[in-house]
Design a protein around this ligand. Structure first.
Ligand code: AMP
Ligand code: MG
Length: 351
């Protein structure tokens, strides 16, 4: 077992020595967890296949699920990809640094370990100051998936990372709670039209303002048929799932509340521990079960910020079944419903 150090980064200048230590681990081919604005990442030198291997081992991640490479300047991007089309530059101008990952054809320099053998590479420039400083001081692009054990909800707090990674990696940088709370938007630019492979904090609406029409990959809202090859390899795995069984309920608010309340009563009578994932508008209407609100339906970005943390909390409370309210798929609501649908294994009830 490796000893895992947890280092709190209060302010960037005062705690620079700690980030330098993390960077030196990265340069030595080690794995370090660090905060980003989306979720916590598990980083290693993207140009060192041995180091990248350690990420897969620490997470228990299947080798055919590629990683996102994190950079802190546009020059590093040109090192990694064949060409950067104007569309991509426009996106970088509009949304970087920030929660947008762009997929382009890769250069040979990028190892097959990072891209899981694909001829494309996913790149993002994060905005979190600790992430940026870590990349700068490491002086290499950093490959980083979310810092959870494979299949668990992504970590939005250093404590979540500690729960999953203690004994598996040498260091965790604690930069506070993630502000977006869901993983980045993944956009593939290698087809005729841009395709969202995974919705996130940069919404479809925001992308369309820059690009015109943007497609949504079918894997966003359905599980794949047997034998089907996904564009985004990650989408074939059960993701973001708490231990509890999750069911989503969609429909008019009054029907939602009645349907969920009835099901909660039934499950509780059958001896199950029930969690209700609701919204501020409806939370006072429930009586039974462990009730947690994600925030107001008027502010989908608030729902995104706390979703994963609440799923982990339900696990900590020993909940067997989570009954979740569906939300509108406009703006950040699309990413919220995508993660909920995956956590639920696409078990969605229309009321
Ligand atoms: P995570 O690192 O856990 O946030 O997951 C990264 C996501 O990006 C996964 O769903 C991957 O399948 C997807 N991804 C990374 N690189 C590529 C790529 N080159 N082509 C398609 N999807 C990718
Ligand atoms: Mg992940």
């Amino acid at each position: 077992m490796i000893k895992t150090e947890l280092l709190k980064i209060g302010d960037l200048e005062g705690d620079l020595e700690k980030i330098k230590r993390a960077a030196s681990l990265i340069r030595q081919g080690q794995v370090v967890a660090f905060p980003t604005e989306t979720v916590y990442g598990l980083g290693a030198n993207a140009l060192d296949p041995g180091a990248v291997d350690k990420i897969f081992k620490a997470k228990g991640r299947p080798a055919d699920n590629p990683l996102i490479v994190h950079i802190d300047n546009i020059d590093s991007w040109s090192m990694l990809v064949e060409t950067i089309p104007d569309q991509a530059l426009d996106l970088a101008e509009a949304f970087w640094p920030g929660p947008l990952t762009i997929i382009l054809k890769k250069k040979d320099l990028v190892s097959d370990k990072v891209t899981a053998g694909l001829d494309t590479v996913a790149v993002r420039m994060p905005s979190h100051p600790v992430a940026r400083k870590l990349i700068e001081l490491s002086a290499c692009p950093i490959a980083a998936p979310s810092a959870n054990l494979s299949g668990k909800p992504s970590p939005t707090k250093a404590l979540h990372v500690m729960e999953d990674m203690q004994g598996r990696i040498p260091m965790i940088l604690d930069g506070g709670d993630a502000n977006v709370g869901l993983e980045s938007t993944v956009l593939d630019l290698t087809f005729d039209l841009p395709i969202i492979l995974r919705p996130g904090g940069v919404t479809r609406e925001m992308l369309e303002l820059v690009l015109g029409e943007v497609l949504l990959d079918p894997s966003v809202f359905s599980s794949l048929e047997e034998g089907q090859k996904p564009r985004s390899p990650g989408s074939k795995y059960k993701h973001y799932a708490p231990k509890a069984q999750v069911t989503i309920y969609k429909g008019r608010q009054d029907r939602l509340i009645a349907g969920i309340s009835k099901e909660a009563q039934r499950l509780i009578q059958a001896g199950q521990r029930v969690g209700i994932l609701t919204t501020d508008e409806n939370k006072a209407s429930y009586k039974d079960g462990i009730i947690r609100s994600m925030g107001s339906r008027q502010r989908p970005e608030d729902l995104a910020r706390v979703l994963f943390s609440l799923l982990r909390e339900f696990d900590d409370l020993g909940v067997d079944h989570i009954l979740a309210e569906g939300v509108d798929t406009k703006n950040e609501g699309l990413a919220v419903m995508n993660r909920l649908a995956r956590a639920a294994g696409f078990s969605i009830v229309d009321l």
